[in-house]
Design a protein around this ligand. Structure first.
Ligand code: SAH
Length: 213
């Protein structure tokens, strides 16, 4: 697991690209400059790590595009100590960004191979979520609810009700909704019963699937 000054240079360039695309949150950009993304993908494809592209990881899944990770992180206005539920651990790169933003992270993955791989790998880099959960994100995590923020990193055909109900009042759910492509959708819980909805543009994610695998 090597991280060199060449990698650092590439990360600085990536942060500049993200800034040009509209990412303004300094803490998010600093996280991109710091996290060794090349270690999150197969070493033979290292040269792809610092391009602003999604890339295949294990089990037919992908590591999200850096812009998408930065956009979701910025939109959620993560503050130190926020209790965050992440659905779709995948490679763990988004998890690492949330941890760099000093959130308290609970991360759920439904694919066992990825769950095992990432829950061993991330702590080796020093990234320790409160909990990795092998489970179905459609159900959320009722035993640890309510959450300040919930982030979904897979394309959801519909908005799962449990995720809305597990938000604190004032909390935010950010979820890409759709089948073929998705509309990034932000829900802000205004009261026990009221949610404000914002649509934030088109994105492409692998599908959110039901049940564990
Ligand atoms: N943020 C991750 C994205 C990985 S792709 C990264 O950048 O690496 C989306 C992930 O969501 C996949 O790992 C997939 O297995 C997982 N996923 C899909 N449906 C899920 C569900 N119902 N519950 C939990 N994880 C799910």
């Amino acid at each position: 697991m090597k991280d060199t000054s060449k990698h650092l240079g590439l990360r600085n360039q990536l942060a500049t690209v993200l800034k040009a695309k509209g990412i303004t949150d300094k803490n998010v950009l600093n996280a991109v400059r710091k996290i060794p993304r090349h270690l999150f993908i197969d070493s033979s494809f290292e040269s792809h790590a610092y391009q602003d592209k999604a890339f295949p990881i294990a089990a037919e899944q992908t590591i999200s595009q850096p812009y998408t990770v930065a956009f979701q992180s910025q939109t959620l206005e993560i503050e130190k100590g926020d209790k965050v539920l992440e659905i779709g651990t995948g490679s763990g790169y988004q998890t690492a960004v949330l941890l760099e933003l000093k959130a308290e992270v609970y991360s759920i993955e439904r694919q066992h191979e990825l769950f095992k791989k990432t829950s061993l790998f991330l702590p080796k880099l020093g990234y320790k979520p409160k909990k990795f959960i092998f489970g179905d994100g459609y159900k959320g995590l009722p035993e640890k609810a309510p959450f300040d923020k919930i982030i979904v990193t897979a394309g959801a055909p519909f908005v799962p009700k449990p995720l809305l109900s597990q938000l604190k009042v004032g909390g935010m759910l950010l979820i890409p909704v759709g089948d073929e492509s998705q509309i990034m959708t932000l829900f802000i819980r205004k009261s026990q019963k009221e949610f404000e909805k914002h649509e934030l543009g088109d994105f492409a994610f692998v599908p959110m699937l039901e049940e564990r695998n």
